[in-house]
Design a protein around this ligand. Structure first.
Ligand code: AMP
Length: 218
């Protein structure tokens, strides 16, 4: 099972990815998680990425493609993968096409998660993330609170508001999404494996994806 999740920041890509990982026993590749880990580890890539992320900009394509090539060396994707937050530009999608051809991989689904801007902004400003880079559990101070305020239920580390989740960075991220990432919908729309789904409830999206994959697979 090989899937790409498209959608604006906070559309729910990470949440859906985790449901698909459990259902299909596949791996999740999140370029955002890889970059945050690089920032915590203070690697060369992490230092560059930090500035882009804080501003709410996306990282340059060559950095992202290096990360992806590197990640795919791990060869733990035999039973499949879900790409979360990648590709984010037409150039990345074209590079990914080449990688897929090289590996003789077909895609089962490219899923576009549709969420209105008003809801995205509310979700983004109320989101809190576990500060432990190996956990990164996500909470919401409005309707998915941790048991103890400000502390992760899973690993007991403090919850933080990410640098790219300040109101200014969020507005910039949404603008960047419209300019650079939304054109991917047209890029994939003509493909048989493209599906677009309203994404207000993660269970509904999950059902749409599994139904779609089970009915289009041979
Ligand atoms: P995410 O966790 O997917 O929302 O990613 C957090 C941030 O990492 C984004 O706002 C971008 O700055 C950067 N990032 C993640 N994935 C990519 C990508 N595929 N291309 C460029 N920048 C990315």
């Amino acid at each position: 099972m090989r899937t790409i999740l498209l959608g604006a920041p906070c559309a729910g890509k990470g949440t859906i990815a985790k449901l698909l990982v459990d259902e299909y026993n596949i791996i999740q590749i999140s370029t955002g998680d890889i970059l945050r880990k690089a920032i915590t580890d203070k690697t060369k890539i992490g230092k560059k990425a930090d500035e882009y992320i804080k501003r709410g900009d996306i990282d340059p394509d060559p950095i992202i493609m290096d990360i992806m090539e590197d990640r795919l060396q791990e060869k733990d994707y035999e039973s499949g993968f879900v790409l979360d937050g990648f590709p984010r530009t037409i150039e990345q999608a074209e590079s990914l096409d080449k990688i897929l051809t090289r590996h003789q991989f077909n895609l089962d689904a490219v899923v576009n998660l549709e969420v209105p801007d008003k809801i995205l902004i509310s979700r983004l400003t109320s989101r809190r993330t576990c500060s432990n880079p190996d956990c990164q559990a996500i909470y919401n101070i409005l309707h998915q609170q941790p048991k103890k305020e400000g502390i992760c239920d899973r690993c007991q580390n403090p919850l933080i508001q990410r640098d790219d989740e300040t109101e200014e960075a969020i507005r910039h991220r949404l603008k960047t999404y419209q300019e650079k990432t939304a054109p991917l919908i047209d890029y994939y729309k003509k493909e048989i494996f493209f599906v677009s789904s309203p994404a207000l409830e993660s269970d509904t999206v999950f059902d749409t994806i599994t139904h779609f994959v089970n009915n289009t697979r041979h």
